[in-house]
Design a binder for this molecule. Structure first.
Ligand code: GLP
Length: 234
């Protein structure tokens, strides 16, 4: 596992956007695994800006998102809308090439990813309790795409994106830990003090179901990007 310490979230965004761009310059039909949450937004903004500057096209790119809420009240609360708003509408990607897990597909989502050729580069954030995608603590390491009930901690953490905590969906569908581990390369971004404990466990403790992200220690090509705050317990 490679660890890159940056001073600020902006510095991380620049490095990660360039990493994605370099992949696309070498492979214009690359398959990207995408994450939602506030953390990757800066990377997506930089990616939009730099791809315009360098004339990099997303026409042949395919994307597979990590997760999606179940039973969201308004379309704009969905991760599909989040991705459209924060990335897809700003680039020339064909929306037919963008994929999200849903209840009908379940672990057929894993087959879909595999048939497409597998994820070349997976972008991850991390939950304060060490979850990746919506794989909460105690998710089996061999899990494929599945439905999950969200922990109270995750519901509270994600309430900031909704009008009130009562509107936060209580379940979601997520790539499993085994699905994520199949990616050829993974980058995980963590910023802010509330991620410091999870980052410390991910990097310094033995892989354990209690910190789902710790499974990444077993992957051959992972880079963790941390800022001063999220690295404060290292
Ligand atoms: C959600 C998403 C995760 C994300 C996490 C952290 O639970 N399902 O993929 O990593 O939130 O979000 P944030 O980046 O907003 O802290």
């Amino acid at each position: 596992m490679k660890i890159i310490k940056c001073k600020t979230p902006d510095e991380i965004a620049l490095l990660c956007a360039n990493k994605i761009l370099n992949l696309l310059k070498n492979k214009n039909d690359a398959i990207l695994g995408l994450a939602t949450g506030s953390t990757p937004v800066k990377t997506y903004r930089k990616l939009i800006e730099l791809s315009k500057q360098d004339n990099v096209s997303f026409k042949n790119v395919k994307t597979f998102n990590l997760d999606e809420y179940i039973n969201y009240k308004n379309e704009i609360d969905s991760y599909k809308y989040f991705m459209y708003d924060n990335l897809f509408k700003h680039i020339d990607i064909d929306l037919n090439n963008t994929h999200f897990p849903n209840e009908m597909l379940l672990d057929k989502y894993d087959d879909q990813i595999e048939k497409a050729g597998g994820v070349d580069l997976q972008i991850l954030g991390i939950g304060a309790n060490g979850h990746i995608a919506f794989n909460e603590p105690n998710t089996p390491f061999d899990s494929k795409t599945h439905v999950v009930g969200l922990s109270q901690k995750t519901i509270e953490d994600n309430a900031r994106f909704f009008n009130s905590i009562d509107e936060v969906p209580t379940s979601a569908i997520t790539m499993g830990l085994a699905t994520i581990m199949k990616s050829k390369e993974i980058i995980l971004i963590a910023t802010g003090k509330n991620k410091a404990d999870a980052i410390n466990k991910l990097i310094n403790e033995k892989p354990s179901l209690l910190c789902p992200a710790s499974i990444l220690q077993n992957h051959p090509n992972v880079t963790i990007y941390v800022d001063d705050d999220s690295a404060s317990l290292l």
